[in-house]
Design a binder for this molecule. Sequence first.
Ligand code: FPP
Ligand code: ZN
Ligand code: K
Length: 476
Amino acid sequence: MRPPVPRAVFRPRVVSPSSESSASIESTTTSLEGTPGAKKNPRTPKTFSTNPNIRMAAAMTAEQNKVHNEALSVVDSLITESSATQEETARLCAGLILDGQLPVLQRQLHTDFLKIPMTFQLPPTFTGLDASKPWLMYWPLHALGILDPDSRTDDIFSRIGPSVMACLDEKEGGFGGGNGQTAHLAATYASLNALAMSGDKQVWAQINRRKLYKWLMSVKRPDGGFSMHVGGEEDVRAVYCALASAALMNIITPELVEGTAEWVSRCQTYEGGIGGAPCNEAHGGYAFCGLAALCILGNPVEMIPKYLDVDGFVQWLSARQYQPEGGFSGRTNKLVDGCYSWWVGGCWSILEGALPGITAKDVLWSKADLQKYILFCCQSSRGGLRDKPGKSSDFYHSCYALSGLSEVQHRYSFNPKLRVAKPGEYSFMWTSELESPDIVIIDEQNIVGPLNPVHVLPAGVGERMHDFYASFEMLE
Ligand code: FPP
Ligand code: ZN
Ligand code: K
């Protein structure tokens, strides 16, 4: 019997390979990777093996083992289901992540996967997503928009408008999750984002903005928040979806946003992150919604410090990145997941862009490590990106892992000179440039396009839709 494996107290996510397995892993690594210690060219693309045994065998480099063993100096002998799944995740990820060379982004494979819903004919296994039809258009269209924009043909674009309009709840004025379904803020956000990407101005002109506005007001709550639908739950997703939709449609009024920044502020928790509603646990998904909402409500340079404890927020965000995985978790003591590459990474984009210096010089988190997590651990050999090794790829994780990759590769800036500073304009004042190679390897083969970090749309797309509506009277 081996002595119990020690584990870290504060960072239980570090895993110890047992001494016998680390020896065999290392020797296999040597034969796979060539001469130990040989200098690897960090820009040499590596096509990863689809054989999980080979990938596991490539497991840990000597350097990784050293780092793990050092981290194990703080020990906790309590084993729980959470600590066990954490160890397993760290072990799987460490097994895939290699130093020095990044795998190639399998662009064609992911493009083929993401085009599946674009046939508008899904297999019966998708019936569970029957109330998410607008999302099944938004996720792949956006992911393809930053991955391989030309893969979205005119034929695809021309079918988006009618398919989205079929989800319109004509009685309420918002969009539902499918034909004949009740208007819902998440479905409305996804619908308008999909319509924005379609560029279909004839369809844009058909939307009754006055009715949409009335419906948004009908889900507004007296405390400043929003409900997901009439009589539905009130949370910060609803705030974000309502504001993002209203910004795209250029229907933001003082009445619509009254008390909303204060309500978002109340969602910040003792941990520093943002929960779904006041007094709820801080979570990456909600953190992005809250932060992005503030960036729609006003100038983020003023709004963020006014409504959030920035130090606490930054501290919580930086605790989301784990080693050796390099990816982000959504909340304390939970596992890394590819989708938080965006929900958490998007928060970093916004903070970097609005409050430059806050994350200066890559000290609070490592873009290089996040890129490794996405490229080594989230790419599925069947195409698409996934939550973590061992999970299947899906359109949601593809969308947000690729958005996270965009966040890593680009540096976003809030640029107040781009437009007249007034309500409804602030979320369209973002620019980007490629990140510096001192911070992260930018390999041309792996580059994805820039996005609007508030709307999570390919750069320029939301701006065009907003400008289309801005050319009409406010509620014409
Ligand atoms: C926890 O799931 C997840 C939530 C409580 C919701 C997270 C919210 C979002 C992802 C944002 C949604 C945004 C919009 C715009 C609709 P879990 O317990 O399975 O995952 P975890 O273990 O990673 O916390
Ligand atoms: Zn996820
Ligand atoms: K960024």
